[in-house]
Design a protein around this ligand. Sequence first.
Ligand code: HEM
Ligand code: NFK
Length: 273
Amino acid sequence: MSTGDGVAGQWGGTDVHFGEEGGRLTYGSYLRLPQLLDQQRLESDPPAHDELLFITIHQVYELWFKQVLHELTASRDAMLAGELWLAEHLLRRVHTIERVQTQQVDILETMTPQDFGEFRHRLSPASGFQSVQFREIEFLSGAKDPSFVRRFRGLTEAETARLHRRLDEPTLWDAYLEVLRKAGFDTDTEDAIRHALRKVAGDRSQYAAIWELAEALLQHDELAAAWRARHVVMVERMIGTKPGTGGSSGANYLRSRLDLRYYPLLWNLRTAL
Ligand code: HEM
Ligand SMILES: N[C@@H](CC(=O)c1ccccc1NC=O)C(=O)O
């Protein structure tokens, strides 16, 4: 392979130096690694061995949440702009990330309850309940619930503003309804929407893009439900029926969230097919 940069043929040479052209951008400076790798600060003292894993897992979750929000926002906007193929393409990327996020639980479950117990008492009153990006994803997906904003403790002004913005802006479901309207369907009542969804499902050759989009939304919903189910079982494994550090009843509270669906009409449709 010739790269045309003068080093072709010398890849194994001893005096070839990579990444020196221009002498400015490096791997570490581009990715801000000094900053990124300095953000894992343990609460335990003496340090509990497993706390680094616990922090790393959560930070990776939040990085993926950021990416998911980026993609879901763009997917929503693509639907509003009538670019259905793009909306679907971005949702499919989100599915892949969501699968990886659920699989990450496997890594955390290599931690035993005893080892978690070494630092768990230091975490209270912090909890995943306070993840702003997690709640943004729920709001953007369609499950807007302003009571969560009120129940948050210790939010910064910027975080509160972000949540309010998500409460004010259109959800993915709002955007999907706009797609249906543009295709000529009435969406004024729930019955009208049910009727539109049945029409789309019943004539997939005519409504291929709209049908596939609904399937991609349903997949997003299913993957979110799968994460909630996986999370609560992990919680039972780690802390049994103890109350959570965030002040909830713990697994009991999380079980009450398992029935949440972003797109109930898409699920109800199944019964009618
Ligand atoms: C040892 C592992 C974990 C345990 C024992 C645990 C436990 C809990 C508990 C008990 C709650 C209820 C709130 C409370 O604390 O009272 C909760 C909520 C939550 N946790 Fe975890 N968690 C764990 C790992 C994770 C991870 C890795 C994430 C990824 C970000 C996460 C995200 C969340 C979220 C988003 C909520 C709020 C859920 C909702 O309100 O529907 N948790 N967790
Ligand atoms: N709520 C968990 C602690 C926990 O998992 C946690 C603590 C601080 C920050 C994020 C967490 N992850 C999920 O809730 C517990 O009650 O054990």
